[in-house]
Design a binder for this molecule. Structure first.
Ligand code: FES
Ligand code: CO
Length: 354
């Protein structure tokens, strides 16, 4: 599925960057192939416009925000309000602004400390992170970074219990025990919930994280997927009562890249386990996933008849995602668009003489 070619994907909210990234001025961001500028006004509002001045096409992200919270083009100073209307032309302050001198604007919101944008009328609200503001929980921004993969590959991997023993064998995966735990899956209106118990190997220095001092410990996972590309990794350690809850938004930049935002919520204190320790704990795990995923073909087809990929039982959550995404496309009158290289190729049978 080429995400930039599926208009219905424009009708969801995506996390772009932490709000504090706008402290130093407007920033560019490419969402589903659309070049945007986002900025913050002095009174804390945020705005997103197409990153093209309507005078001579300069990128507005190269400009600055004035005291009134308007964005000023860095080329000749044409100034736009948050709705994209040109409100000032410094060279001709007395001249009427030409009719239609405006730039397209997009919905922009702030949730969980991040700037979110929907390019068109959203089909669903921003997913609810229930730990946000909940008593006893702290929020840690772990990272936001650009990956060379597609959001579907990322989401499927997030629910794939078969990869731990291999991708994470140097970490928490149990190589000697490759048979994965299966999920109990409950379909929801906007995705699904998936619950399971997964044994992990305790890393040598990880006991403060898991609460266990033995070689293995259990993770109780209460995961969730929201259409199209948000997930909750609801990891609870029954032995210690620690909740290590991760949320990701795999924001599609273009057909081959995502901006991956990761939040962590914990029900312990900084004095129990420092922010730096927690970031350092998850970093190598994320890097292991990234190394493998960036080497897959990003053009995963949601219509499984389109290309030759074989499946196994533990691919079920991923196959459910593909089915829901295909249904979403069809419900909005779209067919899946994919690269010719992704199309199904029938494996050649060896000739009888070979
Ligand atoms: Fe923006 Fe001229 S290109 S003001
Ligand atoms: Co992984």
């Amino acid at each position: 599925m080429l995400v930039t070619q599926q208009p219905v994907l424009r009708r969801f909210w995506y996390a772009l960057m932490p709000l504090h990234a706008l402290d130093s001025g407007p920033k560019p961001f490419t969402l589903l192939g659309e070049k945007l500028v986002v900025w913050k006004t002095p009174d804390g509002q945020t705005a997103a416009l197409r990153d093209r001045c309507c005078h001579r096409t300069a990128q507005l992200s190269k400009g600055f925000v004035d005291d009134a919270g308007r964005i000023v083009c860095g080329y000749h100073g044409w100034t736009y309000d948050c709705s994209g209307r040109c409100v000032h032309i410094p060279q001709n302050p007395d001249m009427a602004i030409p009719a239609g001198a405006r730039v397209e604007s997009f919905r922009c919101a702030v949730r969980y400390g991040y700037v979110w944008v929907a390019l068109e009328e959203p089909l669903a609200p921003i997913p609810e992170f229930v730990e946000e503001g909940a008593a006893g929980f702290r929020r840690i921004f772990q990272f936001h970074e650009r990956w060379s993969t597609s959001p579907l590959r990322f989401m499927e991997n997030a629910f794939d219990n078969s990869h731990f023993s291999f991708v994470h064998k140097a970490n928490f995966g149990i190589f000697e025990q490759p048979k994965p735990s299966s999920y109990r899956i409950d379909v929801t209106e906007d995705g699904f919930e998936a619950e399971t118990l997964v044994p992990i190997r305790n890393p040598v220095h990880g006991h403060r994280i898991t609460g266990s001092t033995g070689e293995f410990t259990q993770r109780h996972l209460r995961n969730r997927w929201w259409l199209p590309f948000v997930r909750r990794f609801g990891c609870e350690y029954p032995e210690s009562g620690i909740h290590h809850i991760i949320y990701n938004c795999a924001t599609p930049i273009d057909d081959d890249h995502i901006m991956l935002a990761q939040w962590l919520y914990r029900n312990d204190q900084e004095s129990d386990c420092s922010t730096q320790e927690l970031i350092a704990w998850d970093r190598p795990i994320v890097d292991e996933d990234r190394d493998i995923l960036e080497a897959t073909d990003p053009d995963a087809c949601v219509d499984t008849r389109r290309r030759v990929e074989f499946h196994m039982e533990s691919d079920k959550p991923g196959l459910m995602m593909r089915k829901r995404l295909l249904e979403l496309l069809h419900a909005h009158g779209e067919e899946e668009v994919f690269r010719p290289s992704a199309a199904k190729r029938i494996p050649l049978n060896p000739s009888p003489s070979q």
